[in-house]
Write a protein that binds this ligand. Structure first.
Ligand SMILES: NC(=O)c1ccc[n+]([C@@H]2O[C@H](COP(=O)([O-])OP(=O)(O)OC[C@H]3O[C@@H](n4cnc5c(N)ncnc54)[C@H](O)[C@@H]3O)[C@@H](O)[C@H]2O)c1
Ligand SMILES: [Zn+2]
Length: 362
């Protein structure tokens, strides 16, 4: 079991516990004697209901099941969760426990941020994405007709309990998708991790010891980025690597391709852009593409079926657009981003992006 704490800008502490078979003991420690509402992803409840019911009964927690899928990051589900919290009698000193992937974590965190003007919450991430990415950093929120994640709040959990055993039931495609963010972390911040990944295959990480180490390593990378001191105010932007074109692909595919697949493709294209601009080189692109293929992001998925013009147009609605030119995070080498002291991203002209996208082998 790994346990450590980190401090967020407001000075609050977040306790992070990760390992196998820790759910019961850690929830007992963290949540004992509190009025609490557990917001549980429907699929997780179906698969792990016996364990959840047993511990919920012991801790006198009310269980509120949230339908699975992005559709639940909605105003409607926010209301339903608030009503469940009122029905459970949660007061200012109550607790919301989010048990699920990024969807339940983002939704429950947002409810916790505003219910009674803010109550404590705990994240129990049950997907790779949630363990290495969405449970860390304090971004919470819901989707509205105007776009994804457009209504929300910054709200850090008091604790994150990442019990690796939940991942045993995660479908292969979801498991793989989390590795797009893992590979992103390695590419932007940690050449050593990138090398480690190059020596493994996705299946190797189904083993809980290796998986725990990987989760903890990635938690620390993301925590390091989001808690960086104010002199590095732009550092958080590096987490957008692969996401500028990735989001464009996701929207063009009408969200029928998974986020991980779109980000994998976005990373390759953005690495190509960096190489064409002379910031990085073609070796970065080759290593990235090879690693993604090795982890199940098939090569044909890494070549966008959308026109260069549509892809560029798609980046314009992205919130990273500043003064007309879209900013990109570019890799200087594997494990290091360019412009770390100058805002961490740079504006790139549409012509340059079109040239790179136009020259990629289709
Ligand atoms: N807040 C942030 O900083 C941040 C960062 C990244 C992503 N996100 C958000 O996270 C969401 C994506 O997260 P996600 O990939 O975890 O998606 P998700 O929460 O939809 O979970 C993916 C699928 O896996 C199922 N599932 C979850 N745990 C399971 C388990 N242990 N066994 C079997 N099935 C299980 C879910 O029911 C769902 O069908 C998006 O809404 C995204 O916007 C937020
Ligand atoms: Zn992402």
């Amino acid at each position: 079991m790994h346990e450590f704490e980190y401090t967020v800008q407001s000075g609050e502490l977040v306790r992070v516990c990760s390992g196998s078979d820790i759910f019961e003991s850690k929830l007992r420690e963290i949540c004992f004697h509190k009025d609490q509402l557990w917001a549980v992803d429907h699929n997780v409840y179906e698969l792990h209901g016996a364990l959840l019911d047993r511990v919920a009964t012991e801790l006198k927690a009310s269980v509120h099941v949230v339908p699975s899928g992005e559709i639940s990051k909605s105003r409607l589900e926010k209301e339903r969760m608030e009503d469940a919290a009122f029905a459970a009698g949660l007061a200012r000193d109550g607790l919301i426990v989010a048990i699920g992937g990024g969807v339940v974590g983002d939704l429950a965190g947002y409810v916790a941020a505003t219910y009674m003007r803010g109550i404590d919450f705990v994240q129990v991430p049950t997907t790779v994405v949630a363990m290495v990415d969405s449970s860390i950093g304090g971004k919470t929120g819901i989707d509205v007709p105007q776009g994804k994640n457009l209504v929300g709040a910054f709200k850090h959990p008091i604790a994150i309990v990442a019990d690796i055993d939940f991942l045993a039931t995660l479908p292969d495609a979801e498991f793989r998708d989390g590795f797009a963010e893992v590979i992103k972390h390695a590419a932007i911040r940690d050449e050593g991790l990138f090398r480690q990944l190059e020596q493994h295959r996705l299946e190797d990480y189904r083993e809980s010891g290796l998986l725990t180490e990987l989760v903890v390593h990635n938690q620390k990378i993301k925590i390091g980025v989001v808690t960086a001191d104010t002199r590095e105010a732009g550092l958080r932007k590096i987490l957008n690597f692969g996401h500028t074109l990735g989001h464009s692909i996701e929207a063009l595919a009408k969200f029928q391709r998974s986020h991980g697949v779109c980000v994998a493709e976005g990373m390759v294209l953005e690495a190509m852009l960096g190489a064409d601009l002379g910031v990085g080189d073609s070796e970065i692109v080759e290593r990235l593409q090879a690693l993604l293929t090795q982890f199940g992001f098939e090569e044909h998925h890494l070549r966008s079926s959308f026109s260069a013009m549509d892809l560029v147009r798609g980046t314009k609605t992205d919130k990273k657009v500043a003064s007309g030119e879209v900013h990109y995070v570019l890799l200087e080498s594997v494990g290091t981003c360019a412009n770390l002291n100058q805002g961490c991203s740079q504006p790139v002209s549409d012509d340059a992006v079109l040239a790179t996208l136009g020259s990629r082998s289709a």
